[in-house]
Design a protein around this ligand. Sequence first.
Ligand code: C2E
Ligand code: CA
Ligand code: CA
Length: 584
Amino acid sequence: MEAGWLPTAYHGKGNAQLKALLVEDDTATRLLLEGILRKKGLEVRACPSAEEALTLLQEEFAALIFLDIHLPGMSGLELCHCIRQSEQGDYYYILVGTANNRADDLKQILEAGANDYIAKPYQPSLLDVRLSVAEAQIREISSRKRLESELKFLASHDPLTKLHNRNQLEKVIGGAIEQARRGISSFLLYLDLDNFKLVNDTLGHNSGDRLLVELARILKESCRSDDFLVRFGGDEFVIVFREVEEATAMQIAERIRHRLDKFVFSEKGKIFHLATSIGIVPIDSSQTPAQILATADSACYAAKANGRNRVELRRNETRRIARMASDADWSSRIREAIQKNFLALWFQPIIGFDKRSILYHEALIRYIGPSSPQPIAPQTFLGALERAGQLVQLDRFVISNAMLALKKSRDLTLAVNLSGLSFGDDYLPQYVIQQLELHGVEAERLILEVTESELIKDLDHAAGLIQRLQKEGVRFAMDDFGSGFCALSYLKNLPVNILKIDGVFVQGLPEQPFNQVVIQAILTIAKKMGIVTVAECVETGEEFELLAELGIDYAQGYFVAEARQRPYQLSELSKNLASRKSLK
Ligand code: C2E
Ligand code: CA
Ligand code: CA
């Protein structure tokens, strides 16, 4: 808020004429009072009702409101209350005229927010005293309020340029971050003068100050009313462009750069051409205000390094760099892991509701490198490998290691997860058949799990590949069913043997009647088509019991009626197999 925001009558500039509003329904009294007030040097507007008074107050401020308590329509007390609630409510001096002199009535008047009251019929001498008190009070409130507002202004503004200082900046960026979460984009601009020091050194600080004031004026003119412009430091400025798209933010930034490039500062017979470097960043909900400012500062630094007098845009730089570094790390780590055997297959059984029969085990990859004694789960690195195009290599490693396990444990049936890339690879059937032959493993003991979303990407290809390997005896499971599309109609076109219902439908099932209905629908179709059903991520006894009741064939998950439901290592696998009879 600027210092000039106070109502003009309150500026207290010496004896500036005070404005008064008179509200009185009796015409004779109104005319009389109007005359008295004018004589005292007040500028007067008058009206007969509370409603008209409110309209007049919207048009123009009045320091003194003199109102009669008895008004037609809205009463004087209500009017008083209404005025106090308004935006400038604290700045009015309200004097109420009343014929009721009882203590209760007077109390009511003061409670409604009046500053003073005067008894009717008005006596000229008393009226004179009351009005003098009012005038003194008004001048007093006026100077106190002005001081208050000046202090408030100074706390949040730079005294030289009158722009905002950095005090409010964090809050404003915080607000824009909140908006970013709701999908509304904002940008932050960081501007630094390229040769301000030269002006300061050759012309002195006073000239430097004048230049900054000029600069602030240009920046203000270039901004929209919604933008938040801050003098951030000596010759550094920050602008938050609220609720803009990238193109608009860039346009404004370019306009500012252009105007400052054309600007010439002349003093003491010397002429200076200014140039600015500007960094601009999107306000991103994953960062803190400090991080956003740091990124903008480094973008501004890059603008200087890249030749000055330019705008440099950074998009989510830190996150992108961090991801690239980690992608590169994982890519080389996994390449090394494949050679040095830092990868292991863990196993998790898919069990029947008798809790004894095992349909098969699923192989789940873990990274156990020299620097990570704790096994690392695949979600940490699968994304990086996919971006690096290394997933086919990983899947082949898993298939060949699965063969070793199958060769070792003759009772074992094993499922391997296939990435979309491997599933799309035309050489996959050939590779699988070759591996089975090489290790002397029966194709019936291998199951390939492919997610629903990968399978439906190209239905013809998927159906062809599945049939090609099914002919050899390999079975297919549709993984994570329901996580994406949950379209039962796809089952008609995809001849899978097993359907694994995604954990989202299973977790908390007893409290989710809708999910129970979905599972029933899936079961009806699967049964008709002779597809075996598996519920994933079964974690509790209640879920297990309910799934059994619904008629699901098998369960997988941490639910431990017996031990070893979490994925385990090969040594554990043989113990577990020995204690159970595999159904295959
Ligand atoms: P998925 O195929 O759905 O595998 C099941 C995941 O659920 C496994 O996580 C398993 O540990 C976890 N899980 C099992 N029971 C429960 C349970 O009761 N509750 C919960 N919350 N989770 C349970 P994991 O091993 O971290 O694997 C994650 C995903 O990574 C797998 O999901 C699969 O898509 C992929 N993946 C795992 N191993 C391989 C692999 O060798 N090759 C490829 N291409 N992908 C793999
Ligand atoms: Ca799986
Ligand atoms: Ca799954």
